[in-house]
Design a protein around this ligand. Structure first.
Ligand code: 5AD
Length: 349
């Protein structure tokens, strides 16, 4: 089959093989990428019309016990200026966001033991008590099933944990030996079983990634069926071992977004900060390629630059909450509308 036929097949069956994904990736030319984007945009409009959901991203701590080889806040990066927001500061960020129309808050951070279950549960309860119309999403890495369960009971609605790569061998090249692919996958299973709206995802163009690896990520998302999927290009960080690897490309990231939309029409799919970082048009192009979520940064400006996962991370422009009006205008200009809504996963539609 030709690339165009495979894209059609994906649109109609939502189910192709890992080999077929690989064929698309390895043969995709500009016209195929544009074709996939058009189909993905059409599919998204069937379920979401022209709505774009916003999530307020709060980067609660850049302290991390892990040492992922690609990540700027890895434990061994002595140049990182570490910070940790207090629960009171986080609550205040949420309140500010609420006034601006946000109805979902994403609490993201490194794996920081300060944020134990008790502190997090109290914080989540407090957010829910103050803003009962809001969803709370957590993105705090690998925790025990007991911990995930307590956080869920406290009111957390969603959890984001990228698999990073769906190929074990590749996972081991990106992470030190104390981290395991099997535990990553187990965490994702646990989150799903506990009833979280679960987000998985991966980097495009990460070090050592082959076309086969990337195809496996797409195939994994197709079959695991997470409610959300974070996809962004890898971007090197100067203080990591992988500082000399090239960044993932705009085109390949856009293609992945479109294929995921076709595989999983109702998925909540952000146009990510990493995409905004590699291209000033990253967000609008991502939306046009099938994404339907944007996550402006609600982190206090004073510490925002320290949450440095990769070089030159976009913290201004349409990525900054101060500029929410710019984002709204930008979306309007391409025919989309930013809405005030929790933007939950559509279960029975
Ligand atoms: N480039 C792009 N994305 C990165 N992340 C971490 N480091 C990098 C990098 N150098 C992503 C990971 C993680 C998310 C929070 O940020 O995929 O899950």
């Amino acid at each position: 089959m030709e690339v165009l036929e495979l894209i059609d097949k994906l649109q109609f069956t939502h189910n192709i093989s890992a080999e077929e994904y690989e064929f698309i990736i390895s043969h995709a030319e500009q016209m195929h990428i544009d074709y996939a984007a058009k189909k993905a945009d059409h599919t998204r409009k069937e379920f979401f019309g022209n709505k774009v959901f916003i999530r307020g991203l709060i980067e609660i701590s850049n302290c991390c016990k892990n040492n992922c080889f690609y990540c700027g806040i890895r434990r061994d990066n002595k140049n990182a200026i570490r910070y940790r927001l207090s629960p009171e500061e986080i609550l205040q960020c949420c309140k500010n966001g609420h006034e601006l129309g946000f109805r979902t808050f994403v609490l993201q951070g490194g794996e920081d033991s300060f944020y134990n279950d008790e502190i997090l549960c109290n914080l989540i309860e407090e957010i829910k008590k103050n803003m009962p119309d809001c969803a709370v999403a957590l993105s705090l890495g690998e925790r025990s099933i007991e911990s995930y369960s307590k956080l869920k009971t406290a009111g957390a609605d969603r959890y984001l944990l990228r698999q990073e790569t769906a190929t074990e061998e590749h996972y081991q090249k990106l992470h030190p030996s104390e981290m395991s692919f099997s535990n990553r996958m187990k965490c994702l299973e646990n989150l799903k079983a506990l009833g979280y709206q679960t987000g998985a995802g991966f980097m495009v163009g990460s070090p050592f990634q082959t076309e086969e690896n990337l195809a496996r990520d797409l195939f994994f998302i197709q079959n695991f069926k997470p409610e959300m999927c974070g996809i962004g290009p890898f971007i090197p960080h100067m203080d990591t071992d992988y500082n000399n690897f090239p960044a993932g490309t705009l085109n390949q990231t856009l293609l992945c977004l479109s294929l995921i939309r076709l595989a999983n029409p109702k998925i909540l799919l952000p146009a990510t900060t990493a995409l905004a970082t590699i291209s000033s048009e990253g967000i609008p192009l991502g939306i046009k390629a099938g994404a339907n979520v944007v996550m402006p940064n609600l982190t206090p400006v004073s510490v925002r630059k320290n949450y440095s996962l990769y070089d030159r991370k976009a913290v201004t422009g349409n990525q900054a909450v101060e500029n929410i009006e710019i984002l709204k205008k930008q979306m309007k200009a391409i025919g989309y509308e930013v809405v005030v809504d929790r933007g939950d996963f559509l279960r029975n539609k």
